[in-house]
Design a protein around this ligand. Structure first.
Ligand code: ADP
Ligand code: MG
Length: 511
């Protein structure tokens, strides 16, 4: 399935076009995968071995670096009575036979699963590590866990698609399932044209070698659109059971809810809020409820993370899809029209966004980034909150009446917004930033703030500190310091100390 593009009911689009041209004909039934292609199968069970549900009976290379594990589909307890020797087989060929108390079953490389039913697992685990996306406003400010759920509500043009593309490109999942659901065709074309050219920074292989696309654009059948979300989740669960971390991007779940509404209308069901069926909340809860990190019956740990874009008309977050989705997800990245107009991208509004995973992930951050990570992050959150309050005051009485200390907060927050939160997807250096570097950037601005605060406390005017140009220099760092040049932040901090020291000396005589 990897590298393929499917429609909502898992028909490969290329085959569909061969069969029916640019427009869909009625009733074409095409296999989801190529049943003639040969795969190199390596067995991993022995004759006579007792196996259970999802036991891995062998592997094939789905792409050069990706081991696709062939799992025993259904049978809880059985014995292997035939296992194919290593060799080339098609997906139809029997590669193992098993027997339980009653009868014998053939195992092939194909599994069938009804998409609306969650695939079973042995145990659900608590989330333990973040899904790293390389986007600062996400990883540092509002992180999502592997196995977590997030929503991206935002009006037209606020950057939902762009943010999902960024996450599909850079996040550290093993598999990405990208569901283009009811959006315009040209947005999907971008994915189709752009993704095959992209190289995975970790493996140096094309990103398509870990991506599965499900394209159900606005001009394709509504019923398939409604199904596409379930198809995507089922594929994700299947790879999860092999022991992989899978991230699903769904763009947009509003179009999916509209499909639900349309079908419900035709069934003459009683409409509820804004014409959506009354079961909209329960459907949303079912969908997001399938995310999670689990131990499968074969003992492997894998996860499914779900990130859904929501496109409320006119950025009105009080509409039913946004409100109901909010009940079932743990991360909220609210995109803001004003920020997008000001070209502050990603336009994630830090005043309304949140992540409920910070506390759970605290241990992970302490071990893998820095023991002060969570505290320092909180420092930034507090500064931004204070900025918000100060701006309200300044609106009424003007900035001039604010004390120098408050002015320093405003200056610092400006650098945080422009130099840290803002991140261009189009800049080679800034498009993806590893967590260690994110933290280093955060340290530098906090250092600049605390060192400046010492001088302000002594009575040195904020205008003099501003005149040193350090806050502007910080904002430019993100475009100048490559990911492998983290040491340059040490140089920056050093420069800050020296410049501030000089200023301090100059003022010694006056104080
Ligand atoms: N992270 C980003 N960096 C640079 N430009 C962005 C970013 N996010 C959005 N944009 C700009 O905003 C435009 C609209 O974004 P898009 O994701 O298509 O919006 P939506 O899907 O919400 O309608 C993009 O074409 C791009 O120019
Ligand atoms: Mg979009």
């Amino acid at each position: 399935m990897i590298g393929n593009v499917f429609d909502g009911i898992e028909r490969p689009l290329s085959k569909l076009q061969e069969y029916s041209g640019d427009f869909l004909k009625k009733g074409c039934n095409i296999d989801a995968i190529d049943l003639e292609k040969k795969w190199h199968f390596i067995p991993s069970v022995n004759l006579g071995e007792k196996i259970s549900r999802n036991t891995i009976v062998g592997t094939v290379k789905e792409s050069e670096f990706f081991d696709h594990k062939i799992m025993n589909p259904n049978h809880i307890e059985a014995e292997v009575i035939y296992i194919a020797p290593e060799g080339e087989y098609t997906a139809k060929d029997t590669i193992a036979k098993i027997r339980d108390n009653e009868k014998e079953y053939n195992i092939t490389m194909v599994q069938k699963w009804p998409v609306r039913i969650q695939r079973p697992y042995k145990e659900r685990l608590t989330v333990r590590e973040p899904l790293i996306t390389g986007q600062r406003v996400i990883d540092t400010m509002f992180p999502i866990a592997k196995g977590g759920t997030a929503m991206i509500p935002g009006g037209f043009g606020t950057g939902k698609t762009m943010l999902q593309h960024q996450m599909a490109k850079w996040s550290d999942a093993d598999i990405i399932v990208y569901i283009g659901c009811g959006e315009r065709g040209n947005e999907m074309t971008e994915v189709l044209e752009e993704f095959p050219k992209l190289i995975d920074p970790k493996t140096n292989r094309p990103l398509m070698e870990r991506t599965i696309l499900i394209a159900n654009t606005s001009n394709m059948p509504v019923a398939a659109r409604e199904t596409s979300i379930y198809t995507g989740i089922t594929i994700a669960e299947y790879y999860r059971d092999m022991g992989y971390h899978v991230a699903i991007m769904a763009d947009s779940t509003s179009r999916w809810a509209e499909a639900l509404r349309e079908i419900s209308g035709r069934l003459e069901e009683m409409p509820a809020e804004e014409g959506y069926p009354s079961y909209l909340p329960s459907r949303l809860s079912q969908v997001y409820g399938r995310a999670g990190i689990t131990k499968s019956y074969n003992g492997n740990i894998g996860s499914v993370s779900i990130i859904g874009a929501v496109s409320p008309q006119g950025s009105d977050f009080s509409e039913p899809v946004t409100q109901n989705t909010k009940r079932f997800v743990h991360v909220f990245w609210g995109l803001d029209r004003e920020l997008a107009y000001a070209r502050h991208y990603p336009s994630v509004n830090w005043k309304i966004s949140y992540s409920e995973y910070i506390d759970t992930l605290q241990d992970w951050y302490e071990k893998n980034v820095d023991e002060h990570f969570v505290d320092d992050r909180l420092e930034i959150v507090k500064l931004l909150q204070e900025e918000n309050e100060l701006q309200e005051i300044a609106k009424v009485v003007g900035q001039d009446v604010l004390s120098d200390m408050k002015k320093l907060v405003l200056e610092t927050c400006k650098s945080i917004r422009l130099g840290f939160l803002q991140q261009s997807a189009l800049s080679d250096i800034d498009t993806y930033v590893p967590l260690k570097k994110q933290y280093r950037m955060l340290k530098s601005i906090l250092n600049l703030y605390t060192e400046s605060a010492k001088l302000v406390e002594k009575g040195i005017p904020i205008s003099k500190i501003k005149a040193l140009g350090l806050f502007e220099a910080y904002i430019k760092l993100k475009f100048n310091v490559k990911n492998e040049e983290i040491f340059k932040f040490d140089e920056f901090d050093q420069n800050v100390l020296e410049k501030l020291k000089q200023l301090d000396e100059e003022y010694k005589d006056y104080m």
